[in-house]
Write a protein that binds this ligand. Structure first.
Ligand SMILES: NC(=O)c1ccc[n+]([C@@H]2O[C@H](COP(=O)([O-])OP(=O)(O)OC[C@H]3O[C@@H](n4cnc5c(N)ncnc54)[C@H](O)[C@@H]3O)[C@@H](O)[C@H]2O)c1
Length: 307
């Protein structure tokens, strides 16, 4: 299989490219290196430095003839999207359309797209299933919801297959401090550097932390899955709520240090509990998370220490 990965020099992209190369797939990466690094890209993948908004993207598609596309390149910060909805819209929506146009004009069969738990906003029932009402509370969440609608309409009008994966909070090696789900990378770095940890609220707030290697495997499975399970949305998650206090405890154990967090007033608008049901991905895609949180945190901490 010949695959294009946009954003393949980034956190989730580079882990997914590594897995694709292990599977013997031919991989081309396009990335503007705005947050990704050349060094993250596997030596056997070909990196082309270009912006997803560039018209020349179509020339690359025409020359290379990809079977499938994993479109990860995006503006990934929720707070940035609140301050700059225009930039968020440009990169996440016009960027998507530029890629989808190149796909349909050059006969790409399938697009796999990373959506997000941010589409749900403050959900009424936990774990959140894919049919829950979508109530995004940021322009980033709105751009992900809208992207899903674009994928469905491209399917309807142009028969371009898609799978949209709503990731929970992804963590692991090579994660930056910006973007989504950055609490693990921020705390890991602070603990490694013996800096104080600040927790907003009482630390009882929960998130669903999923290891990046498990997400990379879900991306690959979505690209290769039979048509009968494509053209829909799946949560990619552990379906487990972990509190920020527990996360801090496990990271301190991984580091072999005693960490006493500073508790600050809760941030307005922060959702208290979050976990996504993964039953659809387990039963239909045949994907299951493999890495327990304690193991993933240990790996993440030791990777950062070595760096
Ligand atoms: N990390 C999470 O917890 C999480 C959760 C849900 C969804 N996602 C989604 O997964 C995808 C990957 O996120 P990540 O955490 O790996 O972020 P990342 O910032 O590490 O990776 C994004 C990559 O895209 C590249 N990029 C950004 N804008 C570009 C542009 N205009 N043209 C070309 N390349 C561009 C960056 O250089 C970077 O390499 C994003 O779509 C993000 O919204 C991430």
């Amino acid at each position: 299989m010949k695959v294009l990965v946009t954003g393949g020099a980034g956190f989730i992209g580079s882990h997914t490219v590594d897995k694709m190369i292990d599977k013997g797939w031919e991989v081309v990466v396009i990335d503007n290196l705005s947050s990704g690094l050349k060094a993250n890209v596997h030596a056997k993948a070909r990196l082309i430095v270009i912006d997803i908004l560039d018209n020349k993207v179509l020339d690359i598609f025409s020359q290379e003839k990809f079977d499938a596309v994993l479109h990860l390149a995006a503006q990934t910060s929720v707070p940035y999207s609140i301050e700059h909805p225009d930039v968020d819209c440009q990169v996440n929506l016009l960027g998507l359309v530029n890629i989808m146009e190149a796909c349909r004009k050059t006969g790409v069969k399938r697009v796999v797209f990373p959506s997000s738990a941010a589409v749900y906003g403050d959900a009424d029932n936990i774990p959140i299933t894919e049919d829950a009402e979508l109530k995004p509370e940021s322009f980033y969440g709105l751009s992900k919801c809208t992207s899903e609608r674009y994928l469905a309409l491209y399917r309807q009008i142009y028969q371009l297959e898609y799978v949209a994966l709503r990731y929970a909070n992804v963590y692991g090696e090579r994660q930056g401090d910006g973007g989504e789900g950055g609490v693990v990378s921020i705390f890991t770095r602070k603990i490694a550097e013996d800096q104080p940890i600040h927790i907003f609220g009482d630390g009882g707030q929960t998130r669903d932390f999923i290891y990046v290697g498990d997400v990379a495997e879900a991306n690959c499975q979505a690209l290769a899955a039979p048509l009968s399970v494509a053209n829909r949305v799946y949560n990619v998650s552990t379906q487990t709520q972990t509190s920020v206090n527990t996360l801090t405890d496990w990271l301190s154990k991984a580091a072999g240090k005693t960490v006493t967090p500073n508790y600050l007033p809760p941030r307005e608008g922060d959702i208290y509990h979050s976990a996504l049901s993964n039953q659809a991905a387990v039963t239909r895609l045949g994907w299951k998370p493999q890495i327990p949180l304690a193991d993933g945190l240990r790996q993440t901490y030791h990777f950062l220490r070595k760096k």
